[in-house]
Design a protein. Structure first.
Length: 223
């Protein structure tokens, strides 16, 4: 589990393709003093497992499903990536709940400077947009950000100077691909409210019902 507060900008040292999967070796100047074998590290928002550690680098496997869902497949030697270690329970929770499980990708439409901030506009699929709300949270390449605008085609975020300097987001240009993870709470709410043959919920002594409805919540005292 992560918070979306980036700890370091790492560099891809090597990419080794193995059929439909790959192995990444990544260098970091800030986080390696507290990384152990088997640790989870978010790389551009994708949760990867450190399988080998050597000095200031770690190596991680990337399976075929991850390559299909994310932008990790376009990384090459020298690419810069956002890095975050798994959150600690004794630390401050500065971002939002980020699982490191990417929902899909988006394409940067453009950027626009406004005073001390920079607006970033991103186009993505309808299935991702429907779970994005204005002033809600989204993780872009692992960065916890607040949604400033959303419609049925794009959404926008506004980047403050600190985020700009500590992440790779503003090094991207129009047409570049970014990893997106919707707010996990929104995904669970959608699942519970959506009728599905795979979802059978029993409340008190009532018969099983597929999904939840507003009437069910009212009848059982939740509203």
């Amino acid at each position: 589990m992560f918070t979306g507060i980036i700890e370091d900008i790492g560099e891809i040292v090597s990419v080794r393709n193995e059929g439909n999967s790959s192995v990444l070796t990544i260098r970091s100047k800030k986080i390696m003093d507290d990384v152990r074998l088997g640790d989870s590290i978010a790389v551009n928002g994708v949760c990867l497992t450190a399988r080998n550690i050597s000095g200031d680098t770690f190596t991680a496997d990337v399976m075929a499903e991850t390559l299909r869902r994310s932008s990790l497949g376009i990384l090459k030697t020298g690419s810069k990536v956002n890095l975050e270690r798994a959150m600690q329970l004794n630390g401050r929770f500065g971002g939002h709940i980020v699982s490191g499980h990417i929902d899909g990708t988006g394409i940067i439409v453009g950027t626009k400077k406004e005073a001390n901030a920079v607006w970033v506009e991103i186009k993505t699929d309808a299935k991702i947009l429907k779970l994005i709300i204005e002033k809600g949270s989204i993780a872009i390449d692992g960065i916890s950000l607040t949604v400033a605008y959303v419609d049925d085609r794009v959404f926008k975020v506004s980047i403050i100077p600190h985020t700009a300097s500590e992440t790779t987001l503003l090094t991207k240009k129009a047409g570049d691909i970014v990893n997106l993870e919707n707010d996990i709470i929104g995904k669970y709410v959608e699942k519970l409210l959506k009728p599905s043959d795979a979802t059978n919920i029993k409340i008190e002594n009532d018969s099983d019902t597929k999904g939840l409805s507003l009437d069910t919540l009212i009848q059982n005292g939740f509203m």
